[in-house]
Design a protein around this ligand. Structure first.
Ligand code: 3EB
Length: 331
């Protein structure tokens, strides 16, 4: 059975003109026009990528249904749904919470409302982007404000904030709205943790009044397929940042974490054969100039994998690199 296909292209050459089968995706970099399917725009520099932009698409084997609800652009194919919501924090000025906390809680409440209405309640993977993630306002770092709003929405919408939570990433861009893309389905994903790390949802309060709500990876089950989503992964052992100031050592620690998560995923997986050289990676670099050093460590530790480098701010000020990965298999 043909399932979902994930496609990355530098331009639109060779891509089917039939856009009804595009479930959704992301536009990275600058220079491509916005798509007319649910697409998350990530306006960031892509070091070493020529030209200057990439488009990622999830292709469905059949035409998708689509809609827009409470500002969420979504498409679904069978029991899988992809959506994107962008909220402008300025629209939440005057709320008792900080504008970012209010926007974050609102976005997640809307997502859960849509998923409940569609009968696809299981959130598998979330991509979060916000402006100036490490800056402080209202006496709290903005990433920590985001964590407050996100966790409140999970609890209010009866999801729970520990255990079976989605795989995710959360990155800072220079400016722009709060932007959240997600994949969800009818069947629950299997959450995967990392034996080398404290679960993020159990981080001590030194990292903020509310813990981040994500799992280290998720195994998701579209019909006939198993998809491994490895969350944004950094140079953290236990709950502490390691190798502060040394991007090559941080990349090595990050990949050691990814390989540990991969091992756990294979232990829990239905087909148990995900290999390091099969990973499709996105590497978030605080500094574009670090890309050659990061690329060399990735090649050394994973082999010649596909990597999309993106300049973005990692959610702890002492981290220079965060890497996420995906792999797909037939089931
Ligand atoms: C960490 O391990 C690094 O808040 O959704 C990675 C992936 C990180 C997801 C999130 C944060 C998030 O804590 C940061």
């Amino acid at each position: 059975m043909a399932g979902l296909v994930f496609l990355t292209t530098a331009d639109d050459a060779g891509v089917p003109r039939e856009t009804a089968r595009i479930l959704g995706g992301a536009r990275l970099g600058a220079g491509l026009p916005a798509a007319d399917w649910p697409e998350q725009g990530i306006a960031a520099a892509l070091p070493g990528v020529a030209p200057t932009a990439l488009r990622e698409r999830w292709l469905s084997p059949v035409d998708c249904q689509q809609g827009v609800d409470e500002g969420i652009a979504w498409r679904r194919t069978g029991d899988v749904l992809y959506g994107v919501i962008e909220l402008d924090e300025a629209d939440f000025a005057g709320d008792a919470r900080t504008p970012l906390q209010a926007a974050s809680e609102t976005a997640y409440r809307r997502i859960f409302r849509l998923l409940d209405a569609q009968g696809l309640p299981e959130l598998w993977r979330v991509w979060n982007y916000l402006a100036a993630i490490n800056e402080e306002s209202h006496g709290l770092e903005r990433y920590r404000q985001f964590n407050l709003g996100r966790q409140d929405a999970f609890l209010a919408c009866h999801r729970g904030a520990t255990g079976n939570v989605p795989a995710a990433c959360a990155l800072g861009l220079r400016d722009g709205p709060l932007s959240i893309a997600f994949l969800a389905g009818k069947l629950p994903a299997v959450a995967v943790e990392n034996p080398r790390q404290v679960s993020a949802y159990h981080y001590p309060t030194d990292y903020g009044p509310r813990s981040p709500t994500f799992s280290r990876a998720a195994l998701a089950y579209p019909p006939g397929q198993e998809i491994l989503f490895i969350s944004g992964t950094a140079s953290i052992v236990g709950h502490r940042s390691m190798h502060v100031g040394d991007v090559a050592a941080q990349t090595r620690e990050t990949l050691t974490n990814i390989l540990a998560v991969l091992g756990e995923a294979n232990r829990l997986s239905q087909q148990a054969g995900f290999r390091p050289d099969q990973l499709l990676c996105r590497a978030y670099l605080r500094h574009a100039d670090d890309w050659p050093a990061v690329a060399a460590v990735i090649e050394e530790m994973l082999g010649p994998v596909e990597v999309c480098p993106v300049v973005a701010d990692v959610c702890r000020a002492d981290l220079l690199i965060e890497i996420e990965a995906m792999a797909m298999a037939a089931r």
